[in-house]
Design a protein around this ligand. Structure first.
Ligand SMILES: CCC[C@H](NC(C)=O)C(=O)O
Ligand SMILES: NC(=O)OP(=O)(O)O
Length: 317
């Protein structure tokens, strides 16, 4: 595996899950694989889980780790080609990227959608510049349109907790005070569509995700109907994608906040969220604190998904 940006990059999902459960039994099994290899983690945006779990994964594999927060300490970077750099950005990404590549063996990048230009975001301009110019294997730590480390951990979690072979998995939109990227829902949909689960997406009209991510998922605008008989509820907010509304908040309707009212019509469903979560906007205190909430085991599996991904990238060096 030369890069990890989407579900296709990891290859056969059953094999990837087998590797995950093998590593979960002994996460230090491959501690020699990364000896004298260096991971560089580059953050254009904040992080808790990705920052900690990916560092831990690298340590599980015996790697050295460097972390760079681009907007704290490094030079402000120009990302647009052709710009006359007479402003407040002393360095261009097109020099900074190959320089960073000199100091490491593998690069992880976090660079969220900016909501200034849909094409710029959906062409994954920043992530692809790292892939093209760093000279190193690159993996996404949440980019503009996907969050594959999260989605892989989500799949591991569902496989651990499912009570039937083909569970009903429902991804529901929920309100949020800020316009959040579509990366997490896009990526979750992409991974769920790669399984044989019964996958449903529910959101208010106007919040349709890009068709290439919705795939064959059933889209249901009636949240209560979508929740009927569900085995897993995956809640997330996202800003509008379609048309002139790109990056906009169209609704803050707290009827969509996941509460006991909706959970009662499910098949005693497990509640999932990638975190960080805004309580009593996305989900009520009672639901996220209930025995059916598996958000902490879900977050713990981020170490496992990252260890498998780094292992596969190291094996291809
Ligand atoms: C700016 C907020 C970023 C947030 N990240 C996660 C992991 O939820 C999101 O993708 O919505
Ligand atoms: N779920 C997730 O990626 O969390 P962070 O943004 O805290 O890394």
């Amino acid at each position: 595996m030369k890069k990890f940006t989407c579900v296709q990059d990891i290859g056969d999902l059953k094999s990837a899950l087998a590797e995950a459960f093998e590593i979960k039994k002994d996460r230090f099994k491959y501690v020699e694989l990364g000896r004298n290899k260096t991971l560089m983690m580059i953050f254009f945006n904040s992080s808790l889980r990705t920052r900690l779990s990916t560092q831990k994964a690298a340590l599980n594999l015996g790697m050295n780790v460097m972390v760079l927060d681009i907007n704290q300490g490094a030079w402000k970077l120009e990302t647009e080609r052709g710009v006359i750099m007479d402003g407040d950005k002393p360095e261009h990404l097109l020099e900074a990227i190959p320089v960073m590549g000199c100091y490491c063996d593998i690069i992880g990048v976090r660079s969220f959608a900016r909501f200034e230009n849909r094409d710029f975001d959906y062409q994954e301009t920043i992530l692809n510049q790292f892939i093209q110019y760093s000279g190193r294997p690159v993996f996404s730590m949440e980019a503009a349109t996907r969050h594959p480390l999260q989605s892989f951990a989500d799949l591991i979690t569902i496989e651990e907790y499912k009570k039937t072979v083909r569970p009903k998995v429902v991804m529901t939109w929920a309100p949020h005070p800020r316009p959040l990227p579509q990366a997490v829902p896009n990526s979750f949909a992409e991974w769920m569509n790669a399984t044989d689960y019964d996958f449903v997406i529910t959101h208010p009209e106007g919040y349709e995700l890009a068709p290439q991510f919705v795939g064959n998922a059933k889209v249901e605008y009636d949240q209560m109907k979508a929740f009927e008989g569900a085995d897993f509820i995956y809640a997330k907010n996202w800003a509008a994608y379609a048309g002139d509304n790109y990056g906009q908040i169209l609704s803050k309707d707290r009827e969509w906040t996941v509460s006991d009212r909706q959970m009662e019509v499910t098949n005693n469903a497990f509640f999932m969220h990638c975190l960080p979560v805004r309580r009593n906007m996305i989900v009520t205190d009672d639901v996220i604190e209930s025995p059916q909430s598996i958000v902490i085991p879900e977050a713990a599996n981020r170490e496992i998904s990252a260890t498998v991904v780094l292992k596969k990238l190291l094996e291809s060096l």
